[in-house]
Design a protein around this ligand. Structure first.
Ligand SMILES: C[S@@+](CC[C@H](N)C(=O)[O-])C[C@H]1O[C@@H](n2cnc3c(N)ncnc32)[C@H](O)[C@@H]1O
Length: 268
């Protein structure tokens, strides 16, 4: 585990974010999700209706519900009890057969070995110190042949010291990367930057402990747990999206914002 920030602090931070996060995600203010991370992620998911799928770090359940609507039987796990409470509220009013549990994806206590056909995780594994444990726990609860598909902020570009250089018209021309090898977790404060200004003005930014796992930590962590990597994706916004939303262009032209990996527990 990275020293300095433990899971208790991660849980408290996300409990603190839960009300605003829930409101803003459900209002569609996470424009990156809507415009390119979700469409790319769907393309990596295993096909087949009725698969039993566990969502690691499900938050208030937005993507869990989307995957359930595609035909999967979903279970969501999150460290933050308030996120789980928000997810359960929707399940109570618009049931999709999803069960939600509070707990850590680094342990998956209470889940039997080989009990899921697939595991997914969207933008959560970089928010936790125990990456190697998370891969081992996912491997344990997957049936042989099952897949783990996840997205994270791209570890090579979204480093602690990353920043943009801009031209005289304020257009991003280069991404600068620094402190890739930093072992120190940090706490980021941010809002969904494309949310309407009048809506976010009165809200506190999110407090997000961030762990700078490196590319090798993802690849070797999967391999050490026993997974075989099937596909690695660095999604880019499409040309049309980048034309209609100029703030997306930098992620089409200069660097990858997100890393996605589909891996498999080998069939026995
Ligand atoms: C950025 S949010 C993403 C939520 C959701 N996957 C989505 O895409 O909307 C990250 C989530 O990971 C959860 N998380 C962090 N560490 C965790 C852990 N060890 N076990 C379970 N959830 C965890 C946080 O509580 C938070 O809800």
């Amino acid at each position: 585990m990275i020293k300095g920030i433990d899971e208790e602090l991660v849980a408290a931070a996300w409990d603190g974010n839960a009300v605003t996060w829930t409101e803003h995600v459900r209002a569609g203010f996470d424009r990156y999700r809507e415009l390119f991370t979700w469409p790319a992620f769907v393309g990596l998911l295993p096909e087949g209706r009725g698969l039993e799928v566990i969502d690691l770090g499900c938050g208030e359940g937005e993507n869990t519900r989307r995957i359930a609507r595609l035909g999967a039987r979903m279970t969501g796990v999150d460290l933050s009890p308030r996120m789980i409470a928000a997810a359960r509220e929707v399940e109570a009013s618009e049931p999709l057969g999803i069960s939600y549990e509070s707990g850590s994806f680094a342990r998956l206590e209470g889940f039997a070995d080989a009990s899921f056909d697939a595991a997914v995780s969207t933008m959560a594994l970089m928010d936790n110190p125990n990456l190697a444990d998370a891969f081992r726990a996912a491997y344990r609860v997957l049936r042989p042949g099952g897949t783990l598909t996840f997205s994270v902020l791209h570890p090579c570009f979204m480093t602690t010291g990353a920043g943009w250089l801009r031209d005289q018209d304020d257009r991003e021309t280069h991404l600068t990367v620094a402190d890739y090898f930093s072992d120190t977790p940090d706490i980021e404060h941010w809002r969904f930057s494309k949310a309407p200004h009048d809506t976010v003005a009165g809200t506190e930014p999110f407090t997000v402990p961030r762990f700078r796992h490196r590319l090798a930590d993802y690849v070797n962590g999967l391999a050490d747990a026993g997974f075989r990597i099937e596909q690695l994706m660095e999604p880019r916004p499409g040309e049309e999206e980048a034309m209609s939303h100029p703030w997306l262009r930098r992620w089409r032209r200069h660097a990858a914002l997100v890393l996605m990996i589909r891996s498999r527990r080998p069939a026995e």
